[in-house]
Write a protein that binds this ligand. Structure first.
Ligand code: 13P
Length: 250
């Protein structure tokens, strides 16, 4: 049995004050979540506050990105050991906003995945196609290419230490969710692709869906056999909405 995971990606939102409120709100309501694992990924600068408020709770936290390097002259970057200093469990790699706005290649993302793993962090590897790619019928090819880059660098065993998030770019922040059937189809494809290299890793791999997931569509999505939780953007910025998704994952 794969334990569902619901992770909030707060992106570049909030202030110290609003993030305190959000953390406390989630903490107050977490007792309602029975079996799903819950995590939040705030902007880097709010990690100390997150650690302070969530230590001792059931809720895990993580970074939204990391450097491929462990230290050195890389202005503006944050290294895996720095995330360890604040007891992060997870780190998102290859989010489509990083791939798109920062031109992160599949190879770079694979290196970030490896850096996270080397430091004992659990990478959440984001994959997903754009609308043009879906319309051109290349969804599976795109997702396979993104996944294969990690497998090529690290072998499929590496995915045993990580999580995959399928995030169709056209569904992110658009209010246009993939149907449960559309999502399930790609999730099953991802699992089968990993199974080609390692059956056991594929069976244990948690594959999250991300893209306009809300409390009212979460149950149907997470109810699909290969959807093991969610990576939540907009709806993770309101404690009640986020908790609604977490309980739907139970
Ligand atoms: P939304 O839930 O806002 O569509 O964002 C999804 C996402 O990008 C999570 O990483």
């Amino acid at each position: 049995m794969r334990r569902p995971l619901v992770a909030g990606n707060w992106k570049m939102n909030g202030s110290l004050e609003s993030i305190r409120g959000l953390l406390d709100g989630i903490k107050r309501g977490i007792g309602r979540v029975k079996s799903a694992e819950v995590a939040v990924c705030p902007p880097y600068v709010y990690l100390p506050e997150t650690q302070k408020r969530l230590t001792g709770s059931e809720i895990a936290w993580g970074g939204q990105d990391l450097s491929t390097e462990m230290s050195g002259a890389y202005t503006g970057e944050v290294a895996a050991p720095m995330l360890n200093d604040f007891c992060c469990k997870y780190v998102i790699v290859g989010h489509s906003e990083r791939r798109g706005y920062h031109a992160e290649s599949d190879e770079l993302v694979a290196k970030k995945f490896a850096a996270a793993r080397a430091a004992g962090l659990m990478p959440i590897l984001c994959v997903g196609e754009t609308l043009e790619e879906r319309e051109a019928g290349t969804t599976n090819a795109v997702v396979a290419r993104q996944l294969d880059a990690v497998i090529a660098l690290q072998e499929a065993d590496a995915l045993a230490d990580g999580v995959v998030a399928y995030e169709p770019v056209w569904a992110i922040g658009t209010g246009r969710t993939a149907t449960p059937e559309q999502a399930q189809e790609v999730h099953a494809f991802i699992r089968a692709r990993v199974a080609e290299s390692n059956q056991d890793v594929a069976e244990g791999l948690r594959i999250l869906y991300g893209g306009s997931m809300k409390p009212d569509n979460a149950k149907e999505l997470i109810g699909k056999p290969d959807i093991d939780g969610g990576l939540i953007g907009g709806a993770s910025l309101k404690a009640e909405d986020f908790l609604g998704i977490c309980t739907a994952a139970d």
